[in-house]
Write a protein that binds this ligand. Structure first.
Ligand SMILES: Nc1ncnc2c1ncn2[C@@H]1O[C@H](COP(=O)(O)OP(=O)(O)O)[C@@H](O)[C@H]1O
Ligand SMILES: [Mg+2]
Length: 299
């Protein structure tokens, strides 16, 4: 009987040297759909993704892909994996088509099937017009699309993309989001980012991590619902902003003619006159990763 398509991450710990704990006993079960892995720089996202891609081994813990332990036996996973690492080097003198054919051959695709697949992917990532241009002439966004095409060569059941939108302009970001949501379906897609807007419109589920720990994991709707009545709007002066920052998670602040318009994330009314507003995912993310709120939660 085929095992359920899921990735089970169990008690993963990754240490670097003696003192650095990049992943701290992290557990998470991922099912088909788009999972946004959201965390500030240094949260441990790339460390986690390297383990899930079987590029590195954790200090402790287990990962099961469709029931198989990928640390002991990575071969099945590797066959079904597409991975776009955070820094993705390309062979500058090859054209997109040559580069993809080269990788297809390394991945063992028969040449006829490879030629068809490569043309299909080039069209899918919208590089048909540039397919015969050497990669050194590509923009950051174009190179990133080549990166995503290479990750799809084997029609992966598990697709892992690590900060794919870094260096992309807003239009390229939007295009990338559409591309990912078009190919979701019967695969597990994990996308890491530190930018909320990269995932809020396309992710089925969002995992928020910081300092190697998983802080929240749920659908965007459920994450927002939990923050209902916990985001406050107030208009204050400059000195008040400074004082409030010491005490609260200020998720937004904008200078206007009548003072600073701020959003405060807090379960009780933080100051007289503050009124409840609809939470955004940015509020949720900042609340979870904000050092003061963590201190409050564990106090
Ligand atoms: N090879 C490494 N050796 C030592 N420390 C590392 C190494 N890789 C990452 N780190 C540290 O581990 C933490 C998590 O890093 P990383 O997984 O790259 O986070 P993210 O991708 O969320 O930015 C950071 O403090 C980083 O400096
Ligand atoms: Mg990273």
């Amino acid at each position: 009987m085929p095992q359920k398509m899921q990735l089970e991450i169990q008690n993963l710990t990754q240490r670097y040297g003696k003192d650095k704990v990049a992943l701290d006993n992290l557990s998470l079960t991922l099912k088909p759909g788009i999972i946004g892995l959201l965390g500030p720089n240094g949260a441990g996202k790339s460390s986690l993704m390297r383990i899930l891609s079987s590029i590195s081994k954790p200090t402790q813990g287990t990962v099961l892909w469709q029931g198989d332990d990928i640390i002991k036996n990575p071969n099945q996973l590797r066959k079904e994996l597409g991975y776009l690492p955070q820094s993705f080097g390309v062979y500058e003198n090859l054209t997109a088509k040559e580069f993809l054919l080269y990788l297809a051959s390394l991945k063992g695709l028969p040449s006829k099937a490879a030629a068809i697949k490569v043309d299909e992917l080039i069209e899918m990532v919208n590089l048909t017009d540039a397919a015969k241009v050497a990669l050194k002439g590509y923009s950051g966004g174009m190179k990133q699309r080549v990166g995503i095409a290479q990750a799809l060569l084997n029609d992966p059941k598990l697709l892992i993309v690590d900060e794919p939108t870094v260096g992309l302009d807003p239009e390229e970001r939007a295009r990338f989001r559409h591309l990912l949501s078009d190919m979701s379906g019967e695969r597990v897609i994990i996308l890491s980012t530190h930018i909320v807007s990269d995932v809020e419109s396309i992710a089925d589920q969002i995992a928020i991590m910081n300092a190697g720990k998983l802080l929240a994991f749920d659908t965007p709707e459920a994450l927002l619902k939990k923050m209902n009545k916990a985001v406050w709007h107030a208009v204050v002066d400059h000195d008040e902003v400074k004082v409030l920052r010491q005490q609260y998670c200020i998720s937004h602040s904008a200078r206007r003619s009548d003072g600073f318009h701020i959003s405060i994330v807090c379960h009780e009314q933080p100051l007289p006159g503050a009124v409840n507003i609809e939470p955004t995912l940015e509020d949720v993310f900042l609340f979870h990763t904000h050092s003061k709120s963590q201190a409050m939660e564990s106090a």
